[in-house]
Design a protein around this ligand. Structure first.
Ligand SMILES: C[S@@+](CC[C@H](N)C(=O)[O-])C[C@H]1O[C@@H](n2cnc3c(N)ncnc32)[C@H](O)[C@@H]1O
Length: 185
């Protein structure tokens, strides 16, 4: 899928495409509701929309939210876009599929950047600030039988994510796919 990215918007890399492939293997289609948190260019939202799901895309970046409709039009798809942190803009809503490729790179600063391109990848000393919020909050936004697909580097702890998701109440928690990748930014 060819995508435009406005300056400052994260350009999809190998883990974006790995997660897009996993979305295509989910049993979603017309009548399903999908949510992409941390959407960037909209690559994952568009993969869900391509499957026929009614799709919402969330990001903190204004430029990302200008980019998503451009890519949606380019591919003849529709995506609802919302600006905000994690699930703040979808309070009370539930989805059949939630996907996210959050910022997960450990950073010298303890918090997340409020602006700039590094907001797309830096996530505190342990790289887990946004990921942990997703693990904790996603279950409340899943319909019965719904699924959450996340991607992150094994360097920040796969077991920590699996345990956190189980503690948050999810069942059948597993690593679906792994890929060797090189950070080349
Ligand atoms: C690693 S990029 C992923 C972009 C795209 N999903 C992909 O796979 O190519 C992370 C994105 O998350 C956004 N972001 C960072 N913190 C966020 C938060 N707390 N809530 C929502 N979006 C956030 C950034 O602006 C950036 O677009």
């Amino acid at each position: 899928m060819k995508l435009l990215t406005l300056p400052g918007v994260f350009v999809p890399i190998s883990d974006s495409w790995m997660l897009a492939d996993a979305i295509r293997q989910e049993a979603i289609g017309p009548g399903s509701q999908a949510l992409d948190v941390c959407t960037g260019s909209g690559v994952l939202a568009l993969a869900a929309a391509e499957c026929g799901a009614t799709t919402t895309a969330i990001d903190v970046s204004r430029r990302a939210l200008l980019t998503v409709p451009l890519n949606a039009i380019r591919h003849g798809l529709r995506v609802r876009t919302l600006r905000g942190r994690t699930f703040a803009r979808v309070a009370g809503e539930q989805f059949d599929l939630i996907v996210s490729n959050p910022p997960y790179v450990p950073s010298p600063r303890p918090d997340v950047p409020r602006q700039g391109a590094s907001r797309a990848w830096e996530a505190g000393h342990d790289g887990r600030i946004v990921l942990d919020a997703l693990c904790d909050e996603a279950p409340a936004h899943l319909r019965p039988g719904g699924a959450l697909l996340l991607v992150h580097s094994s360097l920040i702890g796969t077991d920590a994510t699996l345990e956190r998701l189980q503690r948050a109440g999810l069942v059948d928690v597993e690593v679906r796919a792994c890929e060797r990748a090189r950070w080349a930014r």
